[in-house]
Design a protein around this ligand. Structure first.
Ligand SMILES: *[C@@H]1O[C@H](CO)[C@@H](O)[C@H](O)[C@H]1NC(C)=O
Ligand SMILES: *[C@@H]1O[C@H](CO)[C@@H](O)[C@H](O)[C@H]1NC(C)=O
Ligand SMILES: *[C@@H]1O[C@H](CO)[C@@H](O)[C@H](O)[C@H]1NC(C)=O
Ligand SMILES: *[C@@H]1O[C@H](CO)[C@@H](O)[C@H](O)[C@H]1NC(C)=O
Ligand SMILES: *[C@@H]1O[C@H](CO)[C@@H](O)[C@H](O)[C@H]1NC(C)=O
Ligand SMILES: *[C@@H]1O[C@H](CO)[C@@H](O)[C@H](O)[C@H]1NC(C)=O
Ligand SMILES: *[C@@H]1O[C@H](CO)[C@@H](O)[C@H](O)[C@H]1NC(C)=O
Length: 567
């Protein structure tokens, strides 16, 4: 089960690294930078600049030591008087590398928002190149044995086997104990969302600005809202996008987050049936018949998993694999549905290779000579941050089963969801003074901009609405589309409002609804235009669409990599 975009991205670090290396300035290395309480910039990744900022490990104890935050900026390109400071990004997870994110999409985001800003990605404390870098595993090999790339063991469908919940509970107890045993330097309990919010203020101040400008998607919405609740008078511009409400997050009850999953899945059935066999390989005369075909595939694969061998790797496409393929496609339907339909159609003909290769990564190999520090830690960071924020260690197996059942009452994809709380049931490292609310702020120094899609598989529109209520004065912008966050739902209409918000502080009119630009199943001849050409966009609009493609591709790649690393 996977909730958030950055988590997907980071689990996929093995694959990411190779593509980033091509981009990186050849002699740049994070471990050659010296951490400082000022921003000292070094050229890195083509055209970006990197810095390591020192912050307190524990904001309430000066003697607890320091953490350093890896920061990369896609620099502003304007005159000094036009310069408007940093916009911090978070692409979710938690545990996603903000450095990887800005390397991948910084230029596109600058196109959308404007070149007067530094577009800033940072690895939140504990993550990737920030130090101390969290891991419960001593080596990449130990980690790969715990979470093999092609296994269902890490996040199985909870009804794949009768004891799946109990097994996951047992594994969670081990993870929790490993974290306690391997907490050298006593740092893990400080890797929490509230401390990252404090770090964001430090980063902004190091840029010479007082108020934070921020755009966070998915879990990044929790981080942004937490910041606004903790520092209401330091809100410069804060955009939360694909919103999980704070009370949901901190209470570890994500049941309601499944509210719109089936709605997103329905857009696949409807779109596929309407598009016909030319554009949707899995089509049938009606939505119901498409859904029935998918059910039949699930039933068949449960009885008969399909082995796949490719020139690169090998594995089994089984029930969990298929559940994940479908679930993940709901995150970025405009980039994924066509391929999903092809994969399902091929599977129905007995060929699982298409679905399998869409998610394939090379098998794990030990690099015995490597002295590279351990940075591929998306999973550990995900667990530490989530579980450090939420306290549910008293949950028993039967309580977790009841929790799973409460999601089943809401969504047909509950088996992909229930894992979340289970993973935290063994976690013991909680700071007594961690953030526990209030989960609202009556008066922020600037209104938040809150974004929700009408059919987001993991952060339903209801979360955006309740967050608007928690921050009076903030504005809701709805994107009338399936997909997870604005990254999963292409809309130049949204980009225009986003740009106005950052540039001029203009909020969209109340009840603004943006339409997506793409179509879910473009006719084959239009596949590369995504149906937008007819909208008569100006040059900037065209550039945006290009940027949108980059972002969409990044999202889809992140999805694809995930499956084989953590099904
Ligand atoms: C910076 O702006 C100048 C003038 O608009 C433009 O020619 C140049 O290509 C821009 N540089 C980058 C890296 O975008
Ligand atoms: C979670 O919330 C749902 C309603 O949103 C409720 O039915 C359920 O009992 C809650 N579960 C736990 C474990 O608190
Ligand atoms: C299965 O599908 C793949 C494409 O994903 C194709 O290359 C291969 O030839 C197909 N195998 C068979 C037996 O049709
Ligand atoms: C698993 O649960 C889902 C509902 O969450 C259901 O649709 C599916 O049939 C179940 N699968 C099995 C193998 O029990
Ligand atoms: C809200 O904050 C502003 C300044 O940030 C202040 O002038 C105003 O009095 C505050 N309003 C309330 C209701 O607290
Ligand atoms: C911001 O406001 C200025 C002045 O009103 C206007 O010229 C500019 O187009 C606006 N920018 C955006 C992005 O709306
Ligand atoms: C496909 O392209 C044609 C010609 O370029 C255009 O007329 C038509 O509107 C496009 N269809 C969609 C769904 O975008």
């Amino acid at each position: 089960m996977v909730f958030f975009t950055g988590y997907l991205r980071n689990l996929a670090v093995i694959a990411v690294v190779s593509s980033l290396q091509a981009l990186a300035d050849t002699d740049f290395q994070w471990n050659k930078l010296e951490a400082s309480d000022k921003l000292v910039w070094t050229p890195c990744y083509s055209g970006l600049q990197c810095s390591l900022l020192q912050v307190p490990l524990d904001y309430s104890s000066a003697t607890a030591g320091t953490a350093s935050i890896a920061i990369a900026r896609y620099p502003a390109n304007c005159t000094k008087s036009e310069y408007r400071g940093p916009i911090l990004l978070n692409d979710g997870g938690p545990g996603g590398s903000g450095v990887d994110y800005v390397v991948e999409v910084g230029a596109s985001i600058a196109t959308i928002i404007g070149e007067q800003f530094d577009i800033v990605g940072f690895d939140p404390r504990g993550v990737s190149y920030s130090t101390p870098t969290i891991s419960f595993f001593r080596t990449a090999a130990e980690r790969a044995l715990w979470m093999p790339a092609t296994s269902d063991i890490v996040f199985p469908a909870l009804n794949q086997t009768a004891d799946a919940v109990a097994q996951q509970w047992a594994r969670a107890q081990i993870l929790g104990q490993l974290a306690v045993n391997r907490n050298d330097g006593n740092y893990i309990q400080h890797i929490t969302t509230d401390n990252t919010a404090r770090d964001m203020l430090r980063i902004t101040e190091a840029f010479g600005f007082e108020k934070v400008q921020y755009w966070g998607v998915s879990y990044g919405s929790v981080l942004g809202s937490t910041f606004a609740a903790m520092f209401p008078d330091k809100v410069g511009r804060v955009v939360v996008d694909g919103v999980m409400p704070m009370d949901t997050w901190y209470s570890a009850n994500l049941t309601r987050e499944a509210a719109d999953t089936d709605k997103a899945l329905q857009t696949f059935f409807d779109g596929c049936a309407a598009a016909g066999p030319e554009a949707c390989a899995f089509s049938a005369p009606s939505s119901i018949e498409v859904a029935t075909k998918l059910d039949a595939l699930f039933a068949a694969i449960e009885v008969q998993p399909v082995p796949v061998t490719t020139p690169v790797s090998y594995g089994v496409v089984d029930y969990t694999f298929l559940r994940n393929s479908v679930f993940h496609a709901l995150y970025s339907p405009y980039d994924s549905f066509v391929a999903l339909a092809q994969g399902l159609a091929d599977l129905a003909m007995g060929n699982a290779t298409t679905l399998y290769t869409a998610e394939e990564v090379p098998p794990f190999e030990c690099d015995y000579s490597s002295t590279t520090p351990f940075h591929e830690n998306g999973y550990e960071a995900l667990v530490a941050i989530s579980c450090g924020d939420m306290a549910v260690e008293s949950d028993t197996v039967s309580q977790l089963q009841a929790y799973y059942a409460s999601i089943q009452a809401i969504s047909s994809i509950a088996d992909m969801y229930g894992n979340w709380r289970v993973v935290c049931s063994g976690w013991k490292l909680h700071r007594e003074d961690r953030f526990k609310g209030p989960f609202r702020a009556p008066n922020t120094s600037f209104p938040l901009l809150v974004i929700g899609n009408t059919a987001d598989p993991v952060t339903p529109i209801a979360g955006a609405k309740s967050t608007v209520d928690a921050f009076p004065g903030s504005a809701l912008l709805t994107i009338d589309a399936p997909g997870h966050t604005s990254l999963g739902a292409p809309s130049t209409c949204f980009y225009r409002y986003l740009r106005q918000y950052f540039q001029n502080g203009t909020l969209p009119p109340q009840n603004t609804v943006c339409q997506p630009d793409g179509v879910l199943f473009p006719p084959p001849a239009n596949a590369t235009t995504e149906g937008v050409a007819s909208r008569g966009l100006n040059a900037w609009g065209a550039e945006l669409i290009e940027g949108r493609r980059t972002i969409g591709k990044a999202m889809r790649r992140a999805m694809a990599r995930t499956l084989s690393l953590a099904p």
